[in-house]
Design a binder for this molecule. Structure first.
Ligand SMILES: NC(=O)C1=CN([C@@H]2O[C@H](COP(=O)(O)OP(=O)(O)OC[C@H]3O[C@@H](n4cnc5c(N)ncnc54)[C@H](O)[C@@H]3O)[C@@H](O)[C@H]2O)C=CC1
Ligand SMILES: O=C(O)CCC(=O)C(=O)O
Length: 426
């Protein structure tokens, strides 16, 4: 029996086993080694709130695998419906996906993920309270993170502001050192990289462009539906629009809208910043989340949260390409349905890997103390992600499997090889 409903870690476990099947890895111990995180930390974060009351938050960091390099992965502040038990399984799954995401790009990094169970948007946590949560979280993590150990980054409802507070707290606890390489996604004036803020969506757009090329779908006028309107999905929309696409749908935590004639991304962003939601955009029709996902379009970009496309929704999908800008948006039972419908699904570990790719380049710049231009960084990311896409596509064709299985198999094989080179000690 699953420990929590819709357990994302069980989904990640299945994906690792599918890759092992393809690679003929039969050893049970090796399979378990690849599935399980090296360690999962769960700790309390006591914070004095503005009203003078002490409140205890729960924090997590899952360190999945570091055979290819330091653990790497974001930190989210969120309150999934399943509560803290669900969140523990969620960070375990997300840390596993980080391992495979770094490996499909062949970055010298492993996989980790962290979280605090709090929704700063719903709860109206003040800036001071958020900073105290973040700095206490950094204090609790300070012994297990570091530029050569584990390098966090932003994720849902965290930004450069929290990243710099974590860097600052870590530095103060380590002899007042300037340690920019302990975290990525920092603001540019304090050791961040150009292009990191747009990286996830830009990488999704590069992947989509490659997919459209292979399917011979012209991007000019191609209809795009975005689920979510945060960092990942907004920049995916902006860059797909620059490539000639027409965005016709969007959503956020308050609802989903379709605009059959299409809308300009800057106009929708202006609307969202004024009204706090995409809902109510002039000329739009409010629809359910399922109606948004199954709307007729060329490119569907699920870019919000995991567990969005189940078998029922998969059966009704009307798109040609799915670009998983979010982590884990598709249930395992939906994958074979999507494959049978000949929809080209670009899996999360590839489709949203632009973020970690530029995080890696940020860390390289921090380590060398010399900084590159926007075009340098975006160009290096484009080369890396297109190589990952092409390798996965060729593997998928050769073995007649979907792109998720192909990307996972390549990634798992690389981690197994790293493990074999290093050996086990002690
Ligand atoms: N920020 C990054 O660099 C990366 C993010 N991702 C993934 O992308 C996804 C989104 O993350 P970000 O864009 O960074 O977060 P964000 O905090 O910038 O935006 C989250 C968005 O999700 C929306 N949302 C929340 N609940 C929703 C619901 N029930 N239905 C529809 N929309 C809902 C919010 O309204 C917001 O628009 C996550 O799965 C994250 O792990 C993946 C790789 C890197
Ligand atoms: O930039 C990073 O290091 C990781 C971003 C992240 O959390 C993700 O790719 O899911």
């Amino acid at each position: 029996m699953a420990l929590v409903e819709n357990d994302p870690f069980e989904n990640s476990r299945k994906q690792v086993h599918d890759a092992c099947d393809l690679l003929d890895i039969t050893d049970k111990g090796m399979r378990e080694y690849l599935v399980m995180p090296n360690r999962v930390l769960r700790f309390k974060i006591p914070v004095m709130m503005d009203d003078g009351n002490l409140r205890i938050f729960t924090g997590f960091r899952s360190q999945h695998n570091n055979d290819k390099g330091p653990y790497k992965g974001g930190i989210r502040y969120f309150n999934p419906k399943g509560g803290v038990e669900y969140m523990e399984r969620e960070v375990m799954a997300l840390s596993s996906w980080m391992t495979w995401k770094c490996a499909i790009l062949d970055l010298p990094l492993g996989g980790g993920k962290g979280a605090v169970y709090v929704n700063p948007k719903e709860e109206k946590i003040s800036a001071g309270e958020k900073e105290r949560i973040t700095r206490r979280f950094a204090y609790m993590l300070s012994e297990v993170i570091g530029p050569e150990k584990d390098i966090p980054a932003p994720d849902v409802y965290t930004t450069g502001k929290e990243m710099i507070q974590i860097m600052d707290t870590f530095g103060k606890l380590n002899g007042n050192r300037y340690t920019p390489g302990v975290i990525t996604g920092k603001p540019v004036p304090v050791g961040g990289s150009l292009a990191r803020n747009v990286a996830t969506g830009l990488g999704s757009a590069y992947c989509t462009r490659e997919a459209a090329k292979t399917l011979k779908i012209p991007l000019k006028g191609a209809k795009v539906v975005l689920q979510g309107f945060g960092n990942a999905s907004t920049y995916a929309g902006i860059y797909l629009e620059k490539m000639g696409c027409k965005v016709i749908g969007a959503s956020d935590s308050k609802g989903s809208v379709l605009v059959p004639a299409g809308f300009k991304m800057d106009k929708m962003m202006e609307h969202k910043s004024k009204k706090g939601t995409v809902v109510g955009y002039p000329g739009s029709k409010k629809v359910t989340a399922a109606e948004l996902l199954t709307a007729k379009c060329d490119i569907l970009v699920p870019g919000a949260l995991e567990n969005q496309i189940d078998a029922k929704i998969a059966a009704k999908l009307q798109c040609k390409i799915i670009t998983e800008a979010a982590n884990g948006p598709t249930f395992p039972e939906a994958d074979p349905i999507i494959f049978k419908k000949k929809i080209l699904l670009i899996p999360d570990i590839l489709a949203n890997s632009g973020g970690v790719c530029i995080s890696y380049l940020e860390w390289v710049q921090n380590n060398q103390g010399y900084y590159w231009s926007f075009d340098d960084v975006a160009g290096k990311m484009e080369t890396t992600i297109v190589r990952g896409f092409k390798a996965s596509y060729e593997f998928a064709k050769k073995h007649k499997v979907d792109m998720r299985k192909a990307s996972m198999a390549i990634a798992v094989d690389r981690v197994v090889k790293a493990f074999e080179h290093r050996g086990l000690w002690p």
